[in-house]
Design a protein around this ligand. Structure first.
Ligand code: 5GP
Ligand code: ZN
Length: 113
């Protein structure tokens, strides 16, 4: 997908600090961390947001959710962690490539909205 920041990261055109990669998924550290551990987990196929998840592409989303506990364990987030996906402007989505934030390493705010 042209002009997609995360597709460029997947292609290696923009550098990132990778924490996990396989054929269909990439996880890397957020450039502006909001917690001591802040990782983004993305499908390598371009899905714009949660709104773009369909029966045809949802297998990669299931795979991401199988990987998230493994990534959290590797990061030693033994006290817990939060998984967030902002969808659309009201939620503050700034990159239009589906991504799941993993936040942890401290006691997080309970504010949800
Ligand atoms: P959103 O606001 O769409 O939910 O999340 C986008 C996230 O991407 C933000 O947390 C932001 O800090 C992160 N981000 C934006 N540009 C880059 C970049 O070039 N590299 C990395 N690693 N993260 C980025
Ligand atoms: Zn993309």
């Amino acid at each position: 997908m042209e002009n997609c920041l995360f597709c460029k990261i997947i292609a290696g055109d923009i550098p990132s600090t990778k924490v996990y990669e396989d054929e269909t998924v990439l996880a890397f550290r957020d450039i502006a961390p909001m917690a001591p551990t802040h990782i983004l987990v993305i499908p390598k196929c371009h899905i714009p947001s949660v709104d773009g998840i369909t029966p045809e592409n949802s297998a990669v989303v299931a795979h991401i959710f199988e990987l998230i506990p493994q990534i959290a364990a590797a990061e030693k987030l033994t006290g817990g962690y939060r998984v967030v996906s902002n969808c659309g402007p009201d939620a503050g989505q700034t990159v239009n490539h589906l991504h799941f934030h993993i936040l942890g390493g401290k006691e997080l705010s309970v504010q949800m909205a």
